[in-house]
Design a protein around this ligand. Structure first.
Ligand code: FES
Length: 385
């Protein structure tokens, strides 16, 4: 790291706050093979995983740099035998801790150990309300196990947070997905409309719902919200392909969110690793505070100075910061372009084309390809779509 690296607010934006949200991606290993997995499509070529001591140091450095929330994810984080050790240290340091899991490996014994370690919160993923589709989309027989794990979570006193990624294949089941969450005693349900990155981008034609499906699902969700009142909080986020202004991705590049990959790279979002020409720092070589405040990678898209037209002179630039850098790269080939979701982007037609394909019945979609499951055998270099 050179002495002349950029300083805190050199990019023309406001002062840089702390990396409030730390996402510790402990491993890319996972027993499931979900077709919408957000892990990189070339995950099989990642370097060796950080060891326990490395992670303990990262937790201490991140807390010292001002992180307050720590999510343990993967892959499947329960595949790490040291998860309880890491959770205990994060708890001791004062983090609010969250485990994002498929449920595979959450036995009664491990749940008790994680409770004793101070884990605050567990988010359990389902792929669908039916065993058939849940098991098909994850390419594993996990539905019954997930139901048992939901009981385990409740019996240890954690709030039950169910997450279900929503897409073309399951969006018409939204009512039964909500009913499953109620049956399991979930206090929160995240109906997370698929975002089209990584494996979901590969499978976009089969996963992007039609506008009519989306409108029906949103209306039904609102009906259930009224009917269920305070029994459960339901979050429903519209996929940005149906918007005309982009999302303020990650609340801004290098603003609050810090991901550490299993092999130690520090990223401002889950997927930035695929962006070319950015040398992302590694926690094996650099302290978290230096990464956050002084690495060129974390300054690359802070503030407004990097923007091109139409963002450069757009009166809405502070609202969305030009949208998502990864989506801009995947769709337009240049991460510094406006996110093509924006109707002012010259590449917005690419979004319109994808949406138009999604309106077609399956049989009428030309060049229809089979779903690609997340699997090392299907790993491929990250590329544009
Ligand atoms: Fe990387 Fe949006 S996902 S900046």
């Amino acid at each position: 790291m050179s002495e002349s690296a950029p300083q805190a607010s050199a990019s023309g934006g406001p002062e840089i706050g702390p990396p409030l949200w730390l996402l510790a991606e402990l491993t890319y290993r996972c027993p499931l093979h979900c077709v919408f997995c957000y892990n990189p499509v070339d995950f099989a070529h990642a370097g060796p995983e950080l060891g326990t001591d490395d992670w303990l140091r990262v937790l201490r450095e991140a807390r010292a740099a001002g992180s307050v929330q720590c999510g343990f994810s993967g892959g499947e984080p329960l595949l790490r035998d040291d998860l309880e050790v890491l959770v205990a240290e994060a708890h001791r340091l004062g983090f609010y801790t969250n485990l994002l899991t498929s449920g595979v490996g959450l036995t009664q014994e491990r749940a008790a150990a994680l409770k004793a370690a101070g884990l605050d919160h567990i988010q359990l993923s389902f792929q669908d309300s039916t065993k058939e589709l849940n098991d098909f989309l994850s390419h594993t027989k996990t539905f019954d196990l997930k139901r048992r794990v939901a009981d385990t979570i409740k019996s240890h006193g954690w709030p039950m947070v169910m997450n279900c990624v929503i897409h073309r294949q399951n969006i018409d089941h939204i009512g039964t997905i909500i009913e499953l969450a109620v049956e399991l005693g979930a206090e929160y349900l995240e109906l997370a409309n698929n975002q089209y990155y990584s494996w979901a981008a590969l499978n976009r034609d089969q996963l992007l719902p039609s506008r009519a499906q989306l409108q029906r699902a949103e209306a039904l969700t609102n009906d259930y919200r009224q009917k269920l009142g305070d029994r459960i909080r339901i979050f429903f986020v519209v996929p940005d392909y149906y918007e005309t202004r982009p999302k303020k991705c990650m609340n801004g590049w290098g603003n609050v969110f810090l991901t550490i990959t299993p092999d130690g790279y520090a990223l401002p979002c889950h997927t930035a690793r695929m962006l070319p020409d950015i040398d992302f720092p590694n926690v094996r070589d650099m302290r978290v505070d230096d990464i956050w405040h002084r690495s060129p990678a974390f300054h690359r898209f802070r503030g407004f100075a990097w923007m091109k037209e139409p963002c450069r002179t757009c009166p809405e630039q502070e609202k969305d910061l030009g949208g998502c850098r990864c989506q801009a790269f995947m769709l337009s080939g240049d991460a510094a372009n406006a996110d093509p979701v924006c109707s002012k982007s010259p590449q917005h037609y690419l979004i319109e084309q994808a949406v138009a394909r999604a309106q077609l019945p399956d049989a009428e979609r030309v060049d229809a390809k089979p779903l690609v499951f997340r699997d090392p055998a299907n790993a491929r270099p990250a590329s544009r779509f």
